[in-house]
Unconditional design. Structure first.
Length: 252
């Protein structure tokens, strides 16, 4: 029997469906286009995790909501990706609210599966360099308790990894604001946890970042570190007809 991978990485994801997925991208996208792009993101991100697992001891998960729509993920995930429910429907400390409930639930579920560490990853960064995921797993495999933080350029974070389900990391956070990463650093300091920081990356959640993504998947110039090529996202953008700096074309 193959040993259980040490590090579980769970993508925080809603089931892809029109009117519920990537709604902040509507407009310029139509709801069905946004749902299709969401599904492409999930495929690329889970394939990226699978690629990282060839260099580090990693298992891929989707930490999903809502319950009952599991079949909507069928065909949109890398082979071997497992699902855990993360809809915030569990008992948590009173100071853990909103999205923090879902994040903590995901971490708890992955650790209960027997992994030595758990990472929550956003579903908005299909080009995240694979090396960031490998570095996360390697940092969490080292002795001693610590946190790995992937800060986003909007003040949030795209990744948070830990070796124990520290509820305080999700407490009293003003979610969806530019203070999330800073507040998380403060919570880690309160717990006297070492924080390993990855390079800043970006979320695709508005017109400007969608344009950035469209340009990135078409770029020929090499960058360091190299972004994940995101072929399913590139194909989805091609089907939409999205052109960099001309986002309104997708709404016609």
């Amino acid at each position: 029997m193959r040993p259980l991978p040490q590090c579980a990485i769970g993508v925080m994801a809603k089931a892809p469906r029109p009117g519920f997925s990537k709604t902040r991208l509507c407009p310029p996208l139509r709801p069905e286009q946004a749902a299709g792009l969401s599904a492409a993101f999930l495929r690329d991100i889970t394939e990226n995790i699978a690629a990282a697992s060839r260099s580090a001891s990693i298992a891929g998960y989707i930490a999903y909501a809502p319950a009952g729509l599991e079949m909507l993920f069928h065909g949109h995930l890398a082979a071997g990706t497992r699902l855990v429910l993360a809809d915030g429907s569990v008992s948590v400390p009173d100071d853990v609210a909103g999205f923090g409930r879902c994040l903590l639930q995901a971490v708890q579920a992955m650790l209960r599966h027997g992994h030595r560490s758990a990472v929550v990853l956003n579903s908005d960064s299909p080009t995240l360099p694979t090396s960031f995921l490998v570095r996360t797993a390697e940092a969490l495999a080292a002795d001693g308790d610590r946190v790995v933080l992937g800060p986003a350029d909007d003040g949030g974070y795209y990744l948070l990894g830990m070796k124990a389900p520290h509820a305080r990391l999700f407490a009293d956070i003003a979610w969806s604001t530019d203070s999330v990463a800073a507040a998380t650093r403060d919570r880690a300091a309160e717990l006297r946890l070492e924080v390993i920081e990855l390079p800043v990356w970006y979320d695709v959640d508005d017109r400007q970042s969608l344009d950035r993504l469209a340009q990135a998947v078409r770029a020929n110039a090499a960058t360091t570190p190299p972004p994940y090529p995101a072929p399913f996202t590139a194909a989805a953008l091609e089907r939409i007809g999205l052109q960099p700096r001309d986002l309104d074309l997708a709404a016609e």
